[in-house]
Design a protein around this ligand. Structure first.
Ligand code: CMX
Length: 425
């Protein structure tokens, strides 16, 4: 059996060599150009950053280390983490070793929960999750070893060490957020017989007699782990980590971006959109009613949550995986039936509206529906579940960046006056 650290110790010299060689031989080769529209438009499509963990193909969706997402949806999040950092799936005994290591590291210091309990009762779960991570920063091994003069070649090891602590603890932390924010505040200890995902569901304390919630968590935490590095959460983590801020600071920064309604918070908005429709029509509306309702929203300047994407131009394969799960777990729930009706009606309306470049559903169109149907009814909590998963990709990317010595991020900005002069206007 090899540990993750042993596998990485073998692979990292090769990663470094490849990077050095590309830079030496092709450092001056142009791979992207930037238009004025891109500079004003969120740098969409500008190729200006390296991310080897995964790539988002506009026409097929997420590819993880060469594997289309649809081929690895049956894997657990721990396997996904291993795959992201090493490029390979772990052998069963290595997976067990990683799971045991995560279990050993899973305890969250009591002071962290004390800090969360001191917050106003109405604090958003995303703020609590981010504050919780920052409250653990004091224990960062990267920070301590950096202060003690750690060599640059050793950064990745300390980053891995912190990442394993962080990933081991984030389900415990986030389940604690749920207990403090929505329940009586009493924490539920982890169950050593359960894996990372099932323990998260268990520690939240939501009744799960069928075991479907644990299964949904395993799927959800796998699906949301990584989506290359240009998206808001991964990019924020990347930029923050590039300043050698430790993983607690960097992942917390990523989570703060995830909390935005156009990014991670869309799953909360999406579920609320579904619930509002069911309430307005006293159940699942007809296709014509849904069409009118969608137009009313668009005409009042609102976006239709759960549809569209900055990069994808197809149905999000994460949506497809959620849909397959929903068919087995909650196909008869009105929410699921409504989601199916949306899939039939909304792309047509958005096409006629003529603005969105992708009229298909993204993962958020279903993830909240599944959570709600299986008993997690507090929609503001959904993004915090996304955060547990996205921490996997953020940590994986950070470990690789420390390994190959990615420097501090510092793109050049220009002023509007500069643009006017440049274009000769
Ligand atoms: N409803 C209404 N209008 C939409 C739309 C939607 N679902 N999706 C895009 N548009 C509009 C945009 O607001 C934009 O309008 P303006 O030109 O007036 O600004 C126009 O169509 C073009 O946008 P785009 O290039 O297709 O999409 P962007 O890259 O600008 O934005 C996204 C992508 C996800 C923010 C957008 O599609 C959206 O707001 N969707 C709803 C929110 C959502 O589901 N977010 C979850 C994303 C999933 C993820 O983060 O992985």
């Amino acid at each position: 059996m090899s540990s993750l650290k042993e596998v990485l110790t073998d692979k990292i010299p090769e990663y470094r060599e490849k990077t050095k060689d590309i830079l030496a031989r092709h450092g001056e080769t142009v791979i992207s150009e930037v238009t004025v529209a891109q500079a004003y438009g969120g740098m969409r499509g500008v190729k200006g950053q390296i991310c080897d963990t995964s790539t988002v193909n506009p026409d097929t969706g997420l590819i993880v280390r060469g594997r289309p997402l649809a081929t690895i949806t049956d894997r657990c999040p721990e396997e996904m983490f291993w795959l992201l950092v090493t490029g390979e799936l772990p052998e069963p005994d290595s997976l067990k070793g990683l799971q045991d290591e995560l279990a050993r590291r899973s305890e969250v210091p009591a002071a962290v929960f004390d800090a969360l309990r001191a917050l106003p009762k109405t604090t958003h779960p995303m703020a609590m999750q981010s504050i919780g991570l920052l409250a653990m920063q004091e224990g960062s091994k990267f920070r301590k070893q950096y202060d003690a003069g750690m060599r640059k070649t050793e950064y990745w090891e300390a980053c891995l060490d912190d990442s394993l602590d962080l990933l081991a603890r984030i389900p415990t932390l986030t389940a604690g957020v749920y207990r403090i924010r929505y329940e009586d505040g009493k924490l539920i200890p982890r169950d050593p017989s359960k894996d990372w995902s099932a323990n998260f569901a268990h520690m939240m304390g939501v009744a799960d007699p069928s075991g479907n919630l644990a299964n949904l968590m395993r799927l959800y935490l796998n699906l949301h782990a990584d989506h290359e590095s240009g998206n808001v959460s991964a990019n924020l983590c990347h930029v923050t980590g590039s300043a050698l801020s430790d993983p607690y600071y960097a992942v917390s920064a990523g989570l703060n971006g995830l909390a935005g309604p156009l990014h991670g918070l869309a799953n909360q908005e999406c579920l609320n959109f579904h619930l509002a429709i069911l309430e307005k029509f006293g159940g699942v509306p007809t296709a014509a009613q849904l069409q009118d309702f969608t137009w009313e929203n668009l005409n009042s300047g609102r976006v239709i949550p759960g549809f569209g994407h900055a990069v994808l131009r197809c149905i999000d394969p994460r949506y497809t995986a959620c849909h397959e799960f929903g068919l087995t777990a909650c196909a008869n729930e009105p929410l699921f039936k409504l989601a199916d009706l949306m899939l039939k009606v909304i792309p047509g309306v958005l096409t006629e509206h003529g603005k969105a470049k992708n009229v298909n559903p993204n993962v958020d169109a279903l993830s909240g529906v599944l959570m709600y149907s299986l008993g997690v009814t507090h929609s503001p909590f959904y993004t915090a579940i996304f955060g547990v998963s996205r921490a996997i990709g953020m940590c994986a990317q950070m470990i690789l960046n420390r390994a190959i010595g990615t420097p501090i991020t510092r793109p050049k900005s220009v002023t509007t006056e500069w643009v006017i002069k440049q274009v000769g206007a």
